[in-house]
Design a protein. Sequence first.
Length: 363
Amino acid sequence: MSKPIHKPFLASIVVLVVGGLFIFASASLGLLARDGATFTSVAFNQIVFGIIGGSIACIITSRVPYRRWRPYSFYIFIIAIALNILVLIPGVGVSHGGATRWLDVAGVSFQPAEFLKIAFILYFAAWLSGVKSKIEDIRFGMIPTIVIIGIVGGLLLAQPDTDTFFIIALSGMAMYIVSGARWRDIAVFVLIGCIGLGAIAITRPYVMNRITTFINPSHDPQGAGYQVQQSLIAIGSGGLLGRGFGQSVQKFNYLPEPIGDSIYAVAGEEFGLLGSAGIICLFLFFTLTGLTIAKGAKDAFGRLIVVGIVILVSSGSFMNIASMLGLIPLGGIPLSFISHGGTALFFSLAEVGLIMNISRDIV
């Protein structure tokens, strides 16, 4: 008889997905009013591929013993790399909003970067748990880590998808630290990261524009600063208790990407300070219960998988929330389990299924 799943962690996922569906449905009303055909396509992708397909993937990954993925982790990583290379081939990759990040599979849009996230975590966890105490040796620790993260970064920055690379790098750094890396090596990585971030800001005008707008919000109020300003208006107008479910005004023609990056602002307007704080608390609970599972994992492979996934999901979600509140420069990271994105929701549910499987075997 199989051991039970960690119930508090499961509860956090259920609440996030079900609550996220209601928030998504309300945020989609603005799209429905403007373009009914697009709304139908978006809703189909979110519900059928994201929730239904993702739930099936979650059940599978929660039941297949996580150790079985280890021998295949390298091949999974190679497949993910190949798919992201396909995106960059002219005529194959699908472009939207100045970025080429999607493949069209039988009429369904698919974002390979989402697959790359879990592929990276599986392979990196397998590598780190394999080298064990050799992690302090530069040949087995620092150099392979730089190469693996560098490959991922090269592919994502070429699309360009700077935000996804950033949260994958954060996830990889957390896994590297947990595996027992020396603080001297960690300091080197932080230095390399700071230099890399500066280089990206200098060579990519849109990144520099985001930073400039963050420092001076009035720099471009009708351009780069518009989304943040409208987000703050939406959240501020929600007050303590909000306007009520479905009653957001900003999602109609004012707030850019109300079902995507800005969905937290819609939630803040409709459910107020209490509702938006509740979302933050849910992600905090998800993070803490996830790290509790990691602490109790019986082997390094399982522990590193959980740490990688938890940091991946939580860092992206908190960055989305912080950018909507004007606390950090605006990015393009969606709010996990809530924002539009069938591919993202599918793989997010598959990832938490892995954590559930590992939770069956915690000490």
